[in-house]
Design a protein around this ligand. Structure first.
Ligand code: K2U
Ligand code: ZN
Length: 168
């Protein structure tokens, strides 16, 4: 396993649309292992493969709290099959936009279909932080960042702040 570099704005790769995975094999599982180690080290609770420069439709996540047993989740070729009309706000952050947080309104509940670490098809419903995080990560697979849901002024402020952070 290895900790990989997390790309930050305004890196152009973050705007790429990620491609479906052909097979859940040992090579893909090695990538997911690296993604999970990278996410824990950040630290974060979710990570999309594009954030480490790999344009594949793969997400890892762990919503377990500090001090709780780790509960890693793996999503290959995830699809959102239903979104609730009801929406909910959440103060989001992003490992590719360090130290910038703002409120984003998203559907409160979603239904999803994906392949797991073993390549088995899973269908389930998400709400709460799970719904927020999976939608945030699914945006990454489309080259969309949470600041793209904000005003142009806020988006420009976020990128300016990250550039300043990296120059320091
Ligand atoms: O995509 C990422 O950069 C991972 C995010 C996932 C996330 C974003 C917004 C809301 C929930 C999850 C990182 O984990 S951001 C750091 C973080 C950590 C705990 C709670 C919220 C955000
Ligand atoms: Zn993010």
């Amino acid at each position: 396993m290895a900790i990989r570099e997390i790309l930050t704005v305004p890196h152009p790769v973050l705007k790429q649309v990620s491609q479906p995975v052909a097979a859940v094999d040992d090579e893909l599982r090695a990538l997911m292992d690296d993604m999970l180690e990278t996410m824990y080290a950040a630290p974060g609770i979710g990570l999309a493969a594009i954030q480490i420069g790999v344009p594949k439709r793969v997400i890892v996540m762990d919503l377990s709290g500090q001090g709780e047993e780790k509960q890693p989740r793996y999503f290959v070729n995830p699809e959102i099959t239903w979104k609730s009309e009801e929406t909910a706000p959440y103060e989001e952050g992003c490992l590719s936009i360090p130290e910038y947080y703002d409120e984003v309104e998203r559907p409160a509940r979603v239904k999803l279909r994906y392949l797991n670490y073993q390549g088995e098809q899973i269908e389930e419903e998400a709400d709460g932080l799970y719904a927020v995080c999976i939608q945030h990560e699914m945006d990454h697979l489309e080259g969309v960042l949470f600041i793209d849901h904000l005003s142009r002024l806020k988006r420009e402020q976020a990128v300016k702040k990250v550039k300043k952070l990296k120059a320091a």
